[in-house]
Design a protein around this ligand. Structure first.
Ligand SMILES: [Zn+2]
Length: 138
């Protein structure tokens, strides 16, 4: 990707440089256009590169929020992804396997709302409820 961009810019620059010598105004406009295109390409690819969120502090804060909710036994697989300047993600929350669905749903909703309330940049967090089972039962 970066190689093809570099090659494209190289060709574009050498091609338009000749025009710039014959007609400086047209050359300036073309160079400006090339930079605009290059800027948007670089901006776009860096967004993709930064997709994975380097936010360990937010992740541990989310874990603490979820663990602070009543009846939550365990929290794991917290993931966050960048969406422009926003964050969205998902997590697993372990509760008693015999808990009524209604109650488990209330816990999931409470965690989602508390996390979104705590962090303005988080637009969405999906909570997956799992039953608490002894490890040998799987
Ligand atoms: Zn899980």
């Amino acid at each position: 990707m970066l190689t093809s961009v570099t090659a494209f810019l190289g060709i574009a620059f050498s091609k338009y440089f000749n025009i710039a010598q014959t007609d400086s105004i047209a050359g300036t406009i073309i160079v400006f256009f090339v930079f605009t295109v290059a800027y948007s390409i670089i901006k776009e690819s860096s967004l993709v590169l930064m997709d994975a969120c380097q936010c360990t502090e937010i992740l541990s804060d989310i874990e603490n929020i979820a663990k602070g909710v009543r009846h939550v036994k365990e929290v794991h697989n917290i993931r966050m992804r960048k969406l422009g300047s926003y964050l969205m993600g998902d997590m697993h929350v372990v509760v008693d396997g015999d808990m009524p669905v209604r109650e488990a749903d209330q816990i999931a909703t409470q965690i989602e709302e508390q996390v979104k309330h705590e962090f303005d940049e988080i637009t969405e967090i999906k909570v997956r409820i799992e039953p608490h089972e002894p490890p040998n039962k799987e």
